[in-house]
Ligand binder design. Structure first.
Ligand SMILES: [Cu+2]
Length: 340
């Protein structure tokens, strides 16, 4: 038979070695630095992170006290000799029970009050100067600025320091809008609007991700929030409001192919006959850093690969493979990359 005692005696240091190895290896593999809710860059994310910090230290204190008493008792009252009898058996102690009922009740009440205070901050948005409708689609995000007449995809532009009101909805199934550094998750539910707001405190590009499993490409349903100083934001707004440049040469052939081809049934390009509502609005496609749910960098090479075979880059995507010729693809790329 396998004798456990020998293995344990010999490998007494094994758990320590494993823990040390993990402590060294985990930060190594996690060096890609995913966005963390603990490095908040907005008023509401900070509210959440501050609450988390308090709860964390309280929980750590409770853990240390409880585990400390436990370890102390285990060592202090252990059976020292095999012939030692049973210890005195006791049952119940009113003072101790009162203490361990009241102390946790106080701790939980304090945490409750702090939580209610944070929730009040989170659910009373400062009156937003900018309104955005956030619409989750399988598997990309649509952003509409109804007051500014802008519709874009996967990249939400906001000015730093100003509260932005979000109305979160979904076109098909339930999604969840989540940008860890800018705030908590907001469910995107078909037929129901949820409210949220963001007030970015630092300029930057913040990565987000759909946080509710929504089908095949859930993992590639990403987004970016681009928070920039007010003048830069205004420049972006003007760029988006301007009609796209009139194409010439290859780009003009690309426009022709797009407007007369199947693309027009799914995509809108303002000022053209393409008015489809299935896929992202492409009016200012070239102004975006990324595409396809912020999963691909917006370069002519990636765009050509995408137009050739979308499901090869994003299996399950609702944009089908259209069997376009290399020439048509080149023209379409020239056109789309001219839509600044
Ligand atoms: Cu989703």
């Amino acid at each position: 038979m396998f004798d456990c005692r020998h293995v344990i005696a010999r490998c007494r240091w094994l758990p320590v070695i494993i823990l040390l190895a993990l402590a060294v290896l985990i930060p190594e593999t996690a060096s890609a630095q995913p966005p963390s809710p603990l490095s908040p860059a907005s008023t509401e994310a900070k509210t959440i992170a501050d609450l988390f910090t308090v709860v964390f230290w309280v929980a750590l204190g409770v853990f240390v006290i409880v585990e400390g008493l436990l370890v102390y008792s285990v060592i202090r009252f252990r059976r020292r000799h095999p012939d030692e009898g049973m210890p005195v058996q006791i049952h119940g102690s009113t003072p101790v029970e009162v203490a361990w009922t009241i102390a946790p009740a106080i701790i939980v009440a304090v945490i409750l009050l702090l939580t209610l205070r944070s929730m009040r901050t989170l659910y009373t948005p400062p009156s937003g100067t900018i309104n955005v409708e956030v619409i989750g689609h399988q598997w990309w995000w649509e952003f509409r600025y109804p007051d500014l007449g802008i519709i874009t995809a996967n990249e939400l532009h906001i000015p730093v320091g100003e509260p932005v009101s979000l109305k979160v909805e979904a076109a098909d199934v339930i999604h969840s809008f989540w940008v860890p550094e800018l705030g908590g998750k907001t469910d995107a539910i078909p037929g129901h609007t949820n409210q949220a707001w963001i007030q970015a405190t630092q300029a930057g590009v913040y990565k987000g991700q759909c946080a509710e499993f929504c089908g095949t490409e859930h993992a590639l349903m990403r987004l970016e929030v681009i928070a920039s100083p007010s003048e830069q934001f205004q420049q972006w707004v003007q760029g988006q409001q301007a009609p796209p440049a009139v194409p010439s040469g290859a780009a003009a052939r690309g426009q022709q192919a797009l407007v007369t081809g199947p693309c027009a049934g799914c995509h809108t390009i303002q000022g053209t006959a393409a008015q489809g509502q299935v896929g992202p609005n492409l009016t200012h496609f070239a102004s975006r850093r990324t595409f396809a749910g912020a999963s691909l960098e917006n370069t002519p090479e990636n765009l050509a690969r995408w137009l050739n075979d979308p499901p090869a880059l994003k299996p399950g995507t609702l944009m089908p493979r259209l069997g376009l010729s290399q020439e048509t693809i080149n023209d379409l790329v020239a056109y789309l990359e001219s839509l600044k």
